[in-house]
Ligand binder design. Structure first.
Ligand code: ADP
Length: 477
């Protein structure tokens, strides 16, 4: 089975969020099941090393205003097809945003090109390799089914939603330069309140739709979560499924992690404490009897961290401490920086993006806070489980699917792995934190939860099988 994944991010090469982790992991989990996956990815500057080693497999004299080529290279165990189009992707800074934090003015052309080349490869333009199926990820790849429809190429397509908040809606005038037929500007295709929506087009035209957790799949059909596409999701209910993300167990392994101080496992849990001391020193925190909570997150409205700012005084009064690593919204950055100066020794804030530090935080913290207003799957709670760092999560999306709340029944049955709260408000978060602090004060109960969390299967095995079954079903029709 030959599969083409089309996506705008892929870890470890280029990452702004969970999408990259998934694209970096699924292609490695499918070959044991008999599938070969190639990943089509823009050749951003971060990939110049891979470009230098690549072999040209397709040449395009004019792709949306300049010459382009596709290079094949295998790097870090992933078969990459790199779309080298300097006029579109050779730019400094963020892959989506310009220096002023605005979307690049030509994002429609940039990611339209990615989709278009994905469709060309599906059509057979590489000559010696044609996929049996294309899996398009998020709005940046969502026009693959549109081009295939326009060109009357019959290759099955799956559209995967990692976050429906990002949809790629543009003025209909972009459709000319994108080379799409006018028939795409239809309410049953890409037309969206007078604009042209990349994601809606993909959702209407793909053979199947997946998203990254069963709960998020259900939520997407509700007005509060569907972000204007809930009607589309309801219309396609029978083709929609949720497959929860896994994590890369080699990269996230507390027993073998070069970024942490002292390796440990469920059997040697006591060693985790050494990481806590190093983490406290790194964040300027004073040791304490209460739990050390961490946050590793983009600082945006979605992540609900304004609720944490509200709940913080109560948490500190009860003996909790906080180490936060994140960047994004300036107001939130300021809020947490101010909290660190107001509560020295109790709150530590590092603004930025630091992958190795995020590993040390998972290893050294007692609990990880994730009060998201919505969360398609979420990865940091899965890392938390693997590192015995108890997730305290909002009951939404993948957070609801992957964490078992420590209510009395779950504790009695010995199945609890974390703490959930709802509704997603500051008082409910405050209560959840208070509950966590009480659990932490019972060392046996706490260690039991940690060990159970660490043994929970959070790798890709089950999900890879689910993807494989879906792909097989579609290809064999
Ligand atoms: P999202 O994709 O919405 O940002 P996820 O939980 O799915 O949320 O994935 C976030 C990923 O980004 C995780 O791998 C997390 O560890 C990482 N991450 C987020 N913020 C930071 C940061 N400031 N430094 C390092 N890693 C971060």
């Amino acid at each position: 089975m030959n599969l083409l994944f089309v996506a705008s991010e892929c870890a470890p090469f280029i990452k702004t969020g969970g999408l990259a982790d998934v694209i970096g992991a699924v292609p490695k989990s499918l070959p044991p099941l008999g599938a070969r996956v190639r990943v089509l990815l823009p050749a951003y500057p971060a990939l110049s090393g891979e470009v230098a080693q690549g072999t040209e497999v397709l040449s395009l004299p004019d792709l949306h205003g300049g010459p382009a080529r596709v290079l094949a290279v295998t790097a870090r165990g992933i078969d990459l097809l790199l779309l080298d189009a300097p006029h579109l992707f050779d730019r400094p800074g963020n892959i989506y945003l310009d220096g002023n934090g605005q979307d690049w003015h030509d994002n429609a052309l940039r990611f339209g090109a990615l989709s278009r080349v994905g469709a060309m490869i599906a059509r057979g333009d590489l000559g010696d390799w044609t996929p049996d199926l294309v899996n398009a990820h998020d709005w940046q790849a969502a026009l693959v089914p549109a081009y295939l429809t326009d060109w009357q190429v019959d290759v099955p397509t799956v559209m995967t939603i990692h976050n429906i908040a990002f949809q790629g809606v543009y003025a209909p005038e972009v459709m000319g330069p994108l080379g799409l037929s006018h028939s795409m500007f239809d309410v049953d295709r890409g037309e969206y309140y007078g604009g042209f929506s990349f994601l809606k087009t993909g959702l209407m035209l793909a053979d199947r739709i997946t998203t990254v957790s069963p709960t998020y799949a259900r939520e997407l059909m509700e007005p509060g979560f569907g972000m204007g596409l809930d009607g589309v999701m309801r219309a396609r209910r029978s083709d929609l499924s949720g497959i929860v993300n896994g994590i890369d167990l080699d990269v996230w392994n507390p027993d073998d992690d070069p970024s942490i101080d002292t390796p440990y496992s469920a059997r040697t849990l006591k060693r985790k404490a050494a990481n806590k001391s190093v983490l406290e020193a790194r964040f300027g925190l004073a040791p304490g009897d209460g739990p050390l909570f961490c946050v590793i997150s983009r600082l945006t409205e979605q992540k609900g961290l304004d609720l944490l700012l509200e709940a913080l005084p109560a948490m500190l009064a009860e003996g909790g401490r906080l180490a936060l690593l994140g960047s994004g919204d300036k107001g939130l950055e300021r809020g947490f920086a101010e909290a660190a100066s107001r509560y020295p020794g109790q709150v530590g804030t590092i603004i930025g993006y630091d992958e190795p530090l995020s590993h040390l935080m998972q290893a050294g913290s007692d609990a990880i806070l994730i009060p998201s207003r919505f969360e398609p799957c979420g990865l940091t709670q899965l890392y938390g489980l693997r590192y015995g760092t108890i997730p305290v999560v909002a009951r939404t999306g993948g957070l609801a699917d992957t964490v078992i709340d420590a209510n009395p029944a779950a504790l009695d049955m010995g199945v609890a792995t974390g703490v959930q709260f709802a509704p997603i408000t500051a008082p409910a978060l405050e209560q959840a934190i208070s509950r966590t602090i009480s659990l932490y004060a019972q060392p046996k109960v706490w260690a039991g939860m940690q060990r159970r969390a660490m043994r929970q299967p959070v790798g890709w095995d089950a999900s890879a099988q689910a993807y494989h079954a879906l792909f097989t079903d579609l290809i064999e029709g």
